[in-house]
Ligand binder design. Structure first.
Ligand SMILES: Cc1cc2nc3c(=O)[nH]c(=O)nc-3n(C[C@H](O)[C@H](O)[C@H](O)COP(=O)(O)OP(=O)(O)OC[C@H]3O[C@@H](n4cnc5c(N)ncnc54)[C@H](O)[C@@H]3O)c2cc1C
Length: 444
């Protein structure tokens, strides 16, 4: 008998500037998750989900739990995209700020949106408890300022959050902050109690375990290469992969910045922007606590954000820099190290063990973009660097909408979005925008 022919899976084009940098500390330390089989031949489900990150897995858990037959297709492996590479920092509300949302759609929808953000943080804690996910979840988040004159902005932010019902937020002056954070470059901070951080790849894999326990089917190495809209039997949608096809009534698009040009209606509404993270060697408990005393997550308030935290094994995980062009930096360690030393010069002797990157999906207005294409295809993407909590919630909102409770989903879908420019001007324009933001961070 002759050996079976190897399946032909066409090589994927890199999805954006940081796609190929996936040698992360997360991959070296996450809880194992068994390899899931490719989709082979024809299959059917009530709901087909494209993408195995927080968004897709969250929708899968909710729908499978409600009794739907759910199949999730992931192009690579679970957590391959942002969800398995991110800073793991759980922040509050949206990248654009709630006041911008209020300007766009009024106070009523802004209040609903803010509450969605609050529920998003609770949903993480709930999932961790319900499914016993081991992912080093910690609470507490610092937002320091790099210029003294930004202090009124912090006071304003606190008032705004309080007016939306978020209590317990504190202002820390420079001296108090320096007791908690081993850096002298800041002039104060906002501290929030319900933000925090987790090990994102362990959390993603934990969600995948939970989805399987609830009865969802997961296929890895199964990139969807075409979507037949209503072309299946009974007008069902058909998701085609190199080795199979899935017929389903509903489709959930959860590929975010990694989805590429598969769906013409959405691809110009988000843009993949590279973001990078450096991991030092383990620093030991005492040295680590001199850097971040209370194990908070930290993200400064600049446009080009530095975000960092300690890992469970006491490394500094320092993230930041953004590349808007499709060109990735040649030497990631050299690219990121000066940024970390500007904040923590005392780490000059620390050995650097890992550096990786991923594609953040941003929208023009930095607000999440959710909606429907026709009546049966749902999408949620463009978390603009605030997706660790929001993406799980958006997955749940899509699941709610499919179950007939579309109120919150439809309200968020009213937020207007404009596409990014296409063609040859796209990259130069985005690089100009990047320069503009850098200058604004420098001069305030
Ligand atoms: C370096 C980095 C740091 C970040 N840090 C933070 C942070 O600290 N805090 C925060 O809130 N947010 C952060 N983010 C953003 C956050 O991680 C994302 O918003 C969130 O993970 C998005 O989840 P998702 O499931 O929508 O998308 P993803 O996790 O990107 O998942 C999409 C998945 O879809 C798959 N896919 C794409 N196309 C197809 C297809 N055709 N067929 C099948 N599968 C497909 C991809 O392979 C991928 O696995 C960061 C992002 C990056 C890259």
């Amino acid at each position: 008998m002759s050996a079976p022919k190897p399946e032909k899976v066409p090589p994927r084009k890199p999805a954006g500037p940081a796609d190929r940098f996936n040698d992360s500390w997360y991959r070296a330390s996450a809880k194992a998750f068994p390899r899931q089989p490719r989709l082979k031949g024809a299959a059917r489900a009530d709901v087909g989900i494209v993408g195995g990150g927080f968004t897709g897995l969250s929708a899968a858990i909710e729908l499978a739990r409600a009794g739907f037959d759910v199949t999730l297709l992931e192009a690579e492996d679970i957590g391959y995209g942002c969800s398995g590479r991110s800073g793991g920092q759980i922040g509050t509300e949206f990248s654009c700020g709630i006041e911008k949302v209020e300007k766009l759609v009024g106070r009523e929808i802004a209040e609903l949106a803010f509450q969605v953000g609050e529920d998003a943080k609770s949903l993480i804690r709930e999932r961790v408890d319900t499914y016993g996910i081991e992912c080093e979840l910690k609470l507490g988040y610092l937002h320091p300022i790099t210029r003294a004159r930004s202090w009124p902005d912090l006071e304003h932010e606190k008032k705004v959050w309080e007016s939306y019902g978020y209590d317990g937020v504190k202002l820390l002056d420079k001296a108090t902050l320096e007791e908690r954070l081993g850096s002298e470059i800041y002039h104060g901070a906002l501290w929030e109690p319900a933000g925090g951080h987790l090990h994102p790849l362990s959390f993603t894999r934990g969600l995948a375990e939970a989805a399987r326990k609830e009865g969802a089917h997961i296929h890895e190495q199964s990139p969807v290469t075409a979507i037949g809209r209503g072309t299946g039997k009974g007008g069902e949608n058909v998701l085609t992969t190199p080795s199979g096809e899935l017929h389903c009534k509903y489709v959930i698009l959860a590929g975010n910045a990694y989805l590429g040009k598969l769906v013409p209606e959405t691809h110009r509404k988000i843009m993949p922007v590279g973001s990078y993270i450096l991991a030092t060697e383990p620093l030991g408990e005492a040295r680590a606590r001199e850097l971040i005393r209370d194990d908070d997550a930290v993200a400064d308030t600049n446009n080009i954000v530095d975000y960092y935290r300690l890992s469970g094994d006491r490394r500094m995980l320092f993230g930041g820099r953004a590349s808007y062009s499709t060109l990735a930096p040649k030497d990631l360690f050299a690219f990121m190290r000066p940024r970390m030393l500007r904040v923590f010069p005392q780490l000059a002797d620390a050995k650097l063990d890992y550096c990786w990157g991923g594609n953040v999906g941003i929208t023009m207005n930095r607000m999440i973009d959710v909606g429907r294409i026709g009546k049966t295809i749902y999408f949620a993407h463009g978390y603009s660097g605030h997706g660790v909590a929001l993406s799980g919630m958006c997955g749940k909102l899509m699941a709610d909408a499919i179950q007939g409770q579309a109120g919150r989903f439809d309200a968020l879908a009213k937020i207007p979005h404009t596409p990014f420019p296409g063609g040859p001007v796209r990259t130069p324009l985005l690089m100009l925008a990047m320069l503009y933001y850098r200058l604004r961070d420098l001069v305030g």
